[in-house]
Design a protein around this ligand. Structure first.
Ligand code: HEC
Ligand code: HEC
Length: 161
């Protein structure tokens, strides 16, 4: 059997991207376990205004509240039909964060109000958060180049000027 080197490295790249995309999608942000892909419906319905926030970054209680308040979602109308709400809620509940630092529902059910988030971002100054290119801490992809693929690795962080 003939094997092409290009084919092999292509497959390896695809695998690496796949792993990156699913890093934070896991239930407990444990990077060692098997990956969990994002539900296509989630990609479809929850990424028109911001990135697909990884389910593992909020506890089930927060996702439940968010999913029951979609018509009044942080000043936006993010309402969906009942069947979609049900499908997404089930998936989010099943894949919500469960480890110790995720357990407590943050204020406003915002990832950006979690204590771990504050800790991980303690080097980011108030002025930096307010830069026009950042605008909001919720705008993860301003600094995390691969955020839309679920990759928040510190090596891929670039703070815009
Ligand atoms: C119509 C636009 C829109 C859609 C669709 C939408 N959102 Fe949002 N979402 C927002 C806005 C606006 C914010 C606040 C962003 C900010 O503070 O900068 C937000 C914030 C959030 C946050 C909190 C981010 C933080 O600060 O940590 C979560 C979690 C979230 N959305 C989940 C979802 C989910 C789940 C869906 C799909 C069911 C969804 N959103 C669909 C507009 C939307
Ligand atoms: C203003 C730029 C900026 C924004 C916006 C931002 N981050 Fe970060 N993030 C950073 C910096 C800087 C670090 C620290 C990197 C380091 O430790 O060297 C970091 C670290 C992290 C880490 C830890 C990475 C690791 O490898 O330990 C996570 C997880 C993370 N951010 C998630 C998020 C999420 C989720 C959002 C959006 C809700 C977000 N960040 C928004 C700049 C940002």
């Amino acid at each position: 059997m003939k094997t092409s080197r290009a084919k092999t490295s292509g497959a390896l790249l695809a695998f690496t991207l796949f792993m990156g995309a699913t890093l934070w999608a896991r239930a407990d942000d444990d990077r060692r376990g098997p990956p969990l892909p994002l539900l296509p419906k989630y990609q479809q319905e929850c990424t028109s205004c911001h990135i697909a926030y990884p389910p593992g970054m909020l506890p089930a209680e927060s996702w439940r509240r968010l999913m029951t308040g979609l018509p009044h979602h942080f000043g936006a109308d993010a309402s969906l039909d009942a069947a979609s709400v049900k499908q997404l809620s089930t998936w989010l509940a099943a894949n919500a964060g469960t480890n110790r630092r995720i357990q407590e529902a943050p204020s406003e059910d915002r990832i950006t109000r979690s204590s771990w988030f504050t800790r991980k971002h303690d080097e980011v100054s108030t002025a930096t958060w307010k830069r026009p290119a950042v605008k909001s801490a919720a705008n993860c992809s301003a600094c995390h180049a691969q955020a839309d693929q679920g990759d928040f690795n510190e090596h891929n962080v670039r703070i815009p000027r």
